[in-house]
Design a protein around this ligand. Structure first.
Ligand SMILES: [Zn+2]
Length: 307
């Protein structure tokens, strides 16, 4: 079956995979093809969105109001961003904070202008605010309305990225870039609203990986139909260059989820919480090994604005 790739525009007889929606158990199947040229796995028709694609209980819309959990996350984030937090030092062994690690590698300046694109209900921005960052905001077109904190400060703007014209030092895509139909236009606009030599951080699932080879159609991070494109390194290199970015750094930040999620055990009945915690630690160790050899199922791309 001939398909035209959205990244490299090559029209070829590409292999097609039938992927079942897994997160909400809709039992629907979606066809994806794998571009022979740039190795991007992409959904054939991206007109699948209906009310069931991103229901209200989709994880990035959930509010995190568990005080103890938020306290522990704050300690960990504080350690990852600024160091000098003994409790945070221990917590990060059990619950990593890859979004903070990625940002901390670029800046810990609390006045830095930071825009998080596709941020859902703004959990990442709230965490940055609680670390003392005072110039950060999220944008997401799919939330109900703008989100403010208790003091009236804007957390998330319900808007299309293209209507954002303020200038930022850092722009982040924390597992949102793979959901965006117009990825090229999005990255071009991100470039336009960055300061000179500004940085864009893209954290995405990547193709291929050990998890893809092991689980194929059951690899949890295909997440049909929400993930429109699972890009390869060469695909991101092409898109970055065409958006006037230079790739400064690439590294893996995959975790236990590629295994537990793919084996559909997260929601299994009969598996005790203790077993899940042990499995999580076990699979996190395995994920760290894969990350070290570049075979994890997600990567971080640090892009520097070239002009
Ligand atoms: Zn391609």
């Amino acid at each position: 079956m001939k398909n035209s790739c959205r990244v490299c525009n090559k029209n070829a007889d590409n292999q097609v995979f039938r992927i079942q929606e897994m997160m909400f158990k809709s039992e629907k199947f979606y066809d994806y093809f794998l571009c022979k040229t740039c190795n991007t796995l992409q959904i054939i028709s991206n007109n699948n969105e209906d009310n069931s694609t991103y229901p209200n209980d989709y994880y990035s819309y959930k509010k995190t109001d568990n005080r103890i959990k938020n306290f522990l996350i704050h300690q960990r984030d504080s350690y990852l961003m600024f160091g000098k937090n003994i409790l945070g030092f221990f917590i990060q062994y059990f619950a990593k904070g890859p979004d903070i690690i990625a940002l901390a590698s670029i800046t810990s300046d609390k006045n830095a202008g930071i825009l998080d694109i596709g941020c859902g209900s703004g959990a990442f921005i709230k965490r940055l605010n609680s670390l003392g960052f005072n110039n950060c905001v999220g944008v997401d077109p799919f939330i109900d309305k703008d989100i403010y904190d208790a003091s009236g400060k804007l957390i998330v703007k319900k808007d299309n990225l293209y209507s954002i014209n303020e200038i930022y030092d850092v722009i982040t895509f924390n597992h949102s870039f793979e959901h965006i139909p117009d990825f090229q236009g999005t990255l071009l606009h991100a470039n336009k609203i960055l300061v000179e030599k500004g940085v864009c951080i893209i954290r995405i699932p990547i193709f291929p990986s050990f998890a893809w080879k092991k689980y194929k159609e059951n690899w949890v991070q295909i997440d049909a139909p929400r993930h429109i494109n699972i890009f390869s390194i060469q695909a991101i290199a092409k898109i970055s260059e065409e958006s006037n970015f230079i790739i400064e750094h690439i590294y893996d930040d995959s975790n236990y989820f590629q295994f537990l999620g793919s084996e559909k055990r997260n929601n299994s009945v009969g598996i005790s919480k203790l077993k899940l915690i042990i499995d999580r630690v076990y699979w996190n160790i395995k994920a760290s090994k894969l990350n070290r050899i570049g075979q994890g199922d997600q990567k971080v791309f640090v892009l520097r604005k070239n002009n």
